[in-house]
Structure formats: C-alpha cells, structure tokens
Design a protein around this ligand. Structure first.
Ligand code: 3PG
Length: 212
C-alpha cells in the first residue's frame, strides 16, 4: 500500500490545477465534477464553506467514477473526520494546527495543510510533511516568496492557492518547488449557477494543459 505522501504525490502530480469548489446548490455537485473530469481535472477540492459540502462530497464520491474528490477548508479534527467519512480522498486545510495533525496521523487520508512562513514550513517538515498548500498565495508574496523558499527549504513542494487565475497559473507552475496550483477560476459561480457545464469543461481543458 502506498504511503500517504506517495498518494498525495501522485494526486498532485496528476494535474497542474486542482479546482477549488464552493457548492451552493447540491444539484450542481455531480454535473460540475463530471464537467471538470471531462475537461481533464478529475481531482477536485470541495470546500466546507457551504451547508451542503459534505453531502456534495458524498455524492461525487459515489456517483462520479472518474473524480478524485477531496475536502477543503478543513479547520479542525471533527471536520477532518466528517470529510474522510464522506469519502474524501484528500484533505486540504488553510493552515496547520496540532489538533489537525493528530487527526491526520490517525487517518489513511492524506492532509495537504497550508503554510506560509519559514517557521510553519519547518514545523510541517518536522512531522514528515513534504507537500504544503501555500495560502493565500498572492497575498503572501506569491511567486517571489516561493522563489525565496526554493533554496533553504528545498525538499518541500507547494500547491499555491488564493488569487491564482488562468493568467498567472503558468508562472507559478514554472517554479521548481510548485507541484500544482489550486483555484476557483475554473468553476466560476455564474457559470455553475447557469449550469453552463460545457464552458466549465472548456476552462478545465485549458487549465489541464497549463505548464505541460
Ligand atoms: C482556497 O481555499 O484555496 C482559495 O480560497 C481559492 O482561492 P481563489 O478563489 O482565489 O482561487
């Protein structure tokens, strides 16, 4: 059985962009996940920012064969457990807490926690984490900060999210310590609301080719 780090590596290596989703209407979850998978982005992060998020994860996990559904905006151990039980294949959190690390240690589901300072990154390294979310990327020094981390923190790779768009994603992806990026731009609220799945598929297809 692959280790959690190996599982996370193959997941993050698998596509340049992980869509970050906020499901306001439960009926959107399955067609949205299908459109993104058709466009070449099967791994998606459904954030726990809406009431239906856990149900959305459950539905996508059971109904969209191609999808690799993860949970985002996980803030504590309770949410970690609920997201894992709903079928999440990976868990993303905006930062690192002791409680979250303990929950992750007891679970087979890999955690991608956020870190933005050298101290946070070093603390994550100490517990064996090698892949981290860099959030909020644009507000935290963006490309310049990641470039500065590359030499002193050479064995850590990042998935920057927050302010990444089709315009700057390729620049992030060109950095040696960026394994993939995350963002909501591939599933804009207005297109989701209008059920314009073909347009979302096209956005996903363009994103899936970035940095390749
Ligand atoms: C996240 O949680 O990763 C971010 O909120 C996504 O940020 P974006 O909406 O700026 O892409």
């Amino acid at each position: 059985m692959p280790s959690k780090t190996e599982t996370l590596l193959s997941l993050l290596n698998g596509q340049p962009v992980i869509p970050v989703l906020k499901i306001a209407n439960i009926a959107d979850a399955v067609p949205l996940a299908r459109a993104l998978a058709r466009g070449g982005l099967p791994a998606i992060e459904i954030t726990l920012r809406t009431a239906d998020a856990l149900e959305a994860i459950r539905l996508v996990a059971s109904e969209v064969e191609d999808a690799i559904v993860g949970a985002g905006t996980i803030l504590d151990a309770r949410q970690f457990g609920e997201a894992a039980a709903a079928g999440s294949k990976f868990i993303v959190s905006p930062g690192i807490t002791r409680e979250l690390l303990a929950a992750a240690k007891d679970s087979d589901v890999p955690l991608l926690p956020g870190a933005i300072t050298p101290g946070e990154i070093m603390a994550a390294r100490e517990v064996g984490l090698r892949f981290l979310k860099f959030f909020p990327a644009e507000q935290s020094g963006g490309i310049a900060s990641l470039k500065a981390f590359a030499s002193p923190l050479a064995d850590v790779q990042f998935c920057p999210t927050g302010g990444i768009t089709g315009k700057n994603a390729a620049d992030y992806l060109s950095l040696p310590n960026v394994i993939c990026v995350g963002g909501s731009w591939v599933a804009p609220d207005d297109l989701v609301k209008a059920g314009r799945w073909d347009e979302i598929e096209a956005l996903a297809r363009a994103a899936s080719k970035l940095g390749r």
